[in-house]
Design a protein around this ligand. Structure first.
Ligand code: THU
Length: 161
């Protein structure tokens, strides 16, 4: 028997004032687009901004549905839109923020499992790390250097042969 482990490293910042200008701008765009989310069922509005290698920034928000599972997260709306408009262009950074009409969102919002899977697909496809910049409705920000470490032992195209 052998034991194995994974390690997750991330940086935390007290507020956007501590971020570099580019990351602060991405987060601010994510915050703006969260205001346009369609989230009548959860009251939890999420915004995401994707910085591409060509300098374009693509934003998206969560889109819910009366048939709950038909809704989709902000990260996938933004990432799929980026890939559909700019195929072949690497994603460099993804910012995510959220606010709720019920409770304060004081902890940074981390992408759900399906979004981790989708983001890691593009990270692997382009062979380039995607930095994640995560915040709640204000305050502390987590920055992760890549998606890979957020989804250990992932199912990837390698498994399909
Ligand atoms: N949601 C996102 O858009 N991104 C996340 O990272 C977490 C959750 C959305 C899905 C749903 O519309 C609402 O937030 C509550 O789960």
């Amino acid at each position: 028997m052998e034991k194995h482990s994974f390690e997750l490293n991330y940086k935390s910042y007290g507020s956007e004032a501590e971020l570099n200008e580019q990351d602060a701008e991405l987060l601010s765009m994510a915050r703006e687009v969260a205001k346009k989310a369609y989230a009548p069922y959860s009251g939890f509005s999420v915004g995401s901004a994707v910085l591409l290698a060509n300098g374009q920034i693509v934003t998206g928000n969560n889109q819910e549905n009366a048939a709950y599972p038909s809704g989709i997260c902000a990260e996938r709306v933004a990432m799929f839109y980026a890939s559909s408009q700019f195929p072949g262009v690497k994603a460099l950074k993804v910012a995510v923020t959220a606010f709720s009409n019920r409770v304060p969102v004081s902890a940074p919002v981390a992408p759900c499992g399906s979004c981790r899977q989708v983001l890691s697909e593009y990270e692997k496809l382009y062979g380039h790390d995607i930095e994640l910049i995560l915040q709640g409705d204000q305050g502390v920000i987590y920055v992760l250097d890549n998606v890979r470490t957020l989804l250990p032992m992932a199912f990837t195209s390698d498994d399909l042969g």
